[in-house]
Design a protein around this ligand. Sequence first.
Ligand code: PLP
Length: 485
Amino acid sequence: MNSENVSICEKIVSSSYIRQGSQARRSHEQLIRMLLEQGKCPEEGWSESTIELFLNELAVMDSNNFLGNCGVGEREGRVASSLVARRHYRLIHGIGRSGDIAAVQPKAAGSSLLNKLTNSVVLDILKVAGVRSVSSCFVVPMATGMSLTLCFLTLRHRRPGARYILWPRIDQKSCFKAMVTAGFEPVVVENKLEGDELRTDLETVKRKIEELGAENILCVHSTTSCFAPRVPDRLEELAEICAKNDIPHIVNNAYGVQSSKCMHLIQQGARVGRIDAFVQSLDKNFMVPVGGAIIAGFNEPFIQEISRMYPGRASASPSLDVLITLLTLGASGYKKLLRERKEMYGHLVQELQRLAEAHGERLLHTPHNPISLAMSLDGLQVKSDKAVTQLGSMLFTRQVSGARVVPLGNKQVVSGHTFKGFMSHSEDYPCPYLNAASAIGITQDDVTLCIKRLDKCLKSLRKEAGTEETSTVPPAEENSSADQL
Ligand SMILES: Cc1ncc(COP(=O)(O)O)c(C=O)c1O
């Protein structure tokens, strides 16, 4: 309320009360002012009322909410359902302008501000999470795979003769398809088995560069966050190779913002060598609905070039969701989630180790993977191949989601390329296994229930197979009120 209206209020209700009310309002506005001035994630989270006040202020600056506006264009931000309007806080115009997702829209000052502030707050959070020297980023309303495609398409203009993308293998279809959809030929670099871990084969990367010729290679496409026993790529060495050979380097950091190790790898890679852009999912790192990613980098003009590649306007929903989330959590709330995730990783290691031992299995030794773990399933494989896949379906019906069972010898054709040993990131990984991950938001209850149900499934499968011994997992801590077993 402006000062004129406050004065009128004072004529209606006692002025001391109104003054107190205005002061209360000013404390919300003070927070908003700091956000506008600094463009950083506030250290402490905001209340819902501050966030809603702010979003309403933005929305009234968009032409679809002007009183008395008459629209005669083909896109006037008209929304038939008030439910839909409310779902979007009446910010209907989306972000960007025809031809540039970063451009300001004359019809929508509020949405344009939302877009710029979100990018700025997200940049701050990437720094907080460990990539201190990141210089530019933008939120794009596409998930990780398509965002990687956009990066490759941008590089095409810089390297029109290049056909190949060097790609240390990761068995996740979107990663492969991101390159094929962009029109490039992925050159799959098989991983090297080191102990239990699957690691980047740097010698093969160097050999492929020599064989194909650096000028024919669009980029190296590396990965940080991944399922164990694959571990994050050797980013520093890859970045050095890229710098030495003048080859761009795009990093898939799909769920790596939540891990200080993944972020450190990116920071170091950029320090010692070359990283042109790194891409991360919004939903996997910030607990928002699927649909957005952040494309970030160390060279502002290149990141702007990527944003200009996006044809047309874009949905503001992913930006709105992540901005609301970060304002709610504040930097301290986000850091707390990161700490808790790390603690839960340690807990998951202990519990999976205990379970593995009780069933004559092994927690695979994958210390370079900070998020995902793998437990061998040799015992199940002994009697029949089917038992391993059966475990997968048993876990699914028992509502254990995300625990991924990887049998031996899977063959899968993805966009015309046959992957032997698909899902295991290797043509011949020595054992079948089960994955579990400690991802942001995981709770102790998730771990407890998952271990209990896994234990039950394994017992029943071993009983069926006649391989049951006397082992039993000591009862997990009974601290779960949600246990439905
Ligand atoms: C390492 C990795 N990269 C990329 C993706 C694809 O992400 P999106 O579904 O956001 O495109 C995933 C999804 O699980 C992933 O694990």
